[in-house]
Design a protein around this ligand. Sequence first.
Ligand SMILES: Cc1cc2nc3c(=O)[nH]c(=O)nc-3n(C[C@H](O)[C@H](O)[C@H](O)COP(=O)(O)O)c2cc1C
Ligand code: SF4
Length: 522
Amino acid sequence: MADAIKIFVPIDAAAIAVGANEVALAIEQEAAQRGVAVQIVRNGSRGLLWLETLVEVLAPQGRIAYGPVQVEDVAGLFEAGWLQGAAHALCHGLTDEIPYLKKQQRLTFARVGITDPLDLVEYQALGGFEGLKKALAMPPEAIVEEVTQSGLRGRGGAAFPTGVKWKTVLNTPADQKYIVCNADEGDSGTFSDRMVMEGDPYCLIEGMTIAGLATGADYGYIYVRSEYPHAVAALNNAISNAHAAGWLGRDINGSGREFNLEVRVGAGAYICGEETSLLESLEGKRGQVRAKPPLPAITGLFGKPTVINNVISLASVPIVLAKGAAFYRDYGMGRSKGTLPFQLAGNIKHGGLVELAFGVTLRELLYDFGGGSASGRPLRAVQVGGPLGAYLPESQWDVPLDYEAYVGISAMVGHGGIVAFDDTVDMARMAQYAMEFCAIESCGKCTPCRIGSTRGTEVIDKIRNNDHREQQVHLLRDLCDTMLGGSLCALGGMTPYPVLSALDHFPEDFGMPKSGQPSTRV
Ligand SMILES: Cc1cc2nc3c(=O)[nH]c(=O)nc-3n(C[C@H](O)[C@H](O)[C@H](O)COP(=O)(O)O)c2cc1C
Ligand code: SF4
């Protein structure tokens, strides 16, 4: 199909969910009927989720974006001349010029949405395997040093320095070591891991292979949540292609070095994203938290030294190696180096993925990218960092998204999930929901979380129903104190963040006075 016009239709689950497969079929049929030659490429998503299905036509002037395209639009788009990039109500012009994309700093997501995710030739044409090639020529200590110097910190939530973790594994002698990728992605409103796995799976494979070379591990597992069947399929295909092409297996690219990979489907519990529960689950047991120490880096999977990193942490490694630590470190602010793929979700007009250097503010993300609320009502509260993250009121939306700055306001950046709520939200209900979530998802190992979350739910219920409200608020604060200080892991230990932030910033929703004024909301 030398003269066929390329049309890109995303194969990402978010696009499939709104009909991308049917749109691809309709395009094929319409083109056949009109006798025009088209080549449909199933690419990853560009992350402009409100425009899915976002179809791109490779016209003479470049890739032109049309969206959201539905089956019934297809005939009209042909009629309007979209194969030449013609104007249409759904046309957004050159994809790369769409401000939402143009204003981003895509490092980890540089390739996502550009190509067929499983095309190895395209992967290499766009810089794929450059980092791995460099790593193959470096001693393990030098790879670890490069990652340390880049300032990369874990993107799964805790922001622990990746290089330091790798160094511990490198320096722990063992007959077997493992690389485990945490792809459980349980946080509310998050999807960046999924987009990488579906949209650029070789990048994750490359990052894990580099981690193996750096630490002396020759086997890796990707623990993917069960709700991600498309990611599982993409990864399995990518692993098999990489093996066939010599990028995985006994002799990586003729180097004599070995690395093998396997995908495991998760057990469907939020706690299985916590690293020690994940290891238990990988070992075939019930996902329950292990006490630390020992650290997984010393006694991890099957008792062996194990690197556990989030998808985005590992997928950020290839560019660090390819372009050097200094290049990566140049992005960001303070001790938060590089970029983070923020995920805009909830009541937001333009939900999607926005990769930017640390330091951007929530207000910029919510309005310059998100376009305000989807409902058209004023935004009131934003939860950042998943279900254990604080609710931020408008007065905090100008704080730069930086790990330390967020700790300073008792919040957390976490995995970069941003869930927006408009002024109809009842924050007392949200606080209660945080406790309920903890009660449902608690692994049951420690008392403050197992019992505390259930009591917390009851106490908030009493507050909402004005049953000895003042006393119950006092009790709630005491309980949060116990959970914060006495829980074995961050599920129980951080549930107080959403609860207390709701109480502190939105007391009127609990029937408490704000600024000395009695509330009228409850
Ligand atoms: C309750 C709970 C759930 C978690 N869920 C995830 C998850 O879904 N994905 C993830 O990468 N990290 C998750 N984490 C963080 C992991 O325990 C761990 O810090 C992370 O896998 C380390 O990788 P990183 O250093 O690359 O971030 C969770 C932690 C807790 C306490
Ligand atoms: S805090 Fe909750 S989830 Fe974590 S170990 Fe304790 S009971 Fe388990």
